[in-house]
Ligand binder design. Structure first.
Ligand code: FES
Ligand code: FES
Length: 167
């Protein structure tokens, strides 16, 4: 049995060592919020965080991730959609079909933790995910809603893990 730290919990799984993380998350750990789009690291629908770094899980073999590295999926952002980025997404009705949106949100959370008040150029550079429904303008607007959230915005973006730690 191999182990991964996912959303603050140690999870065991059995898979070939070169299996992409995406498929372990979805098929072994039942975390289906992370989506398969292209499978070639282009679309970003499979984005999760590994130690806070946005990562395209379709191209990351599980044997390249240690059990000490903290993986966060969309399910780990909050229990009830209360993360500031999720609230901004709901406020501006960002999703259309929704398929790309968990990846968009994970990429956005990482961007805002690195740059709490990103410029348009920062957003363009960081959010390279693809949305076939064309929600890009609303995504940009939602990012600016979070960025304008005042002095609590940085602390509010931290992800609380089940073990009490944050990333
Ligand atoms: S499915 Fe991973 S980037 Fe498209
Ligand atoms: S909301 Fe449909 S693909 Fe982005």
């Amino acid at each position: 049995m191999a182990k991964l730290n996912v959303n603050g919990q140690t999870r065991e799984f059995e898979a070939d060592p070169d299996t992409p993380l995406l498929w372990v998350l979805r098929e072994q750990l039942d975390l289906t919020g992370t989506k398969y789009g292209c499978g070639i690291a282009k679309c970003g629908s499979c984005t999760v965080h590994i130690d806070g770094i946005p990562t395209r899980s379709c191209q990351r073999p599980v044997n390249s991730i240690s059990a000490k590295e903290k993986i966060v999926t969309i399910e780990g952002l909050s229990k009830n959609g209360s993360h500031p980025v999720q609230k901004a997404w709901a406020k501006l009705d960002v999703p259309q079909c929704g398929y790309c949106q968990s990846g968009m949100i994970m990429a956005t959370v990482a961007l805002l933790k690195a740059k709490p008040n990103p410029s348009d150029a920062d957003i363009d550079a960081a959010i390279t995910n693809i949305c076939r429904c064309g929600t890009y303008n609303r995504i940009r607007a939602a990012i600016k809603v979070v960025a304008a959230g005042g002095k609590t915005k940085t602390a509010g973006l931290a992800i609380q893990h089940a073990d009490g730690s944050t990333t």
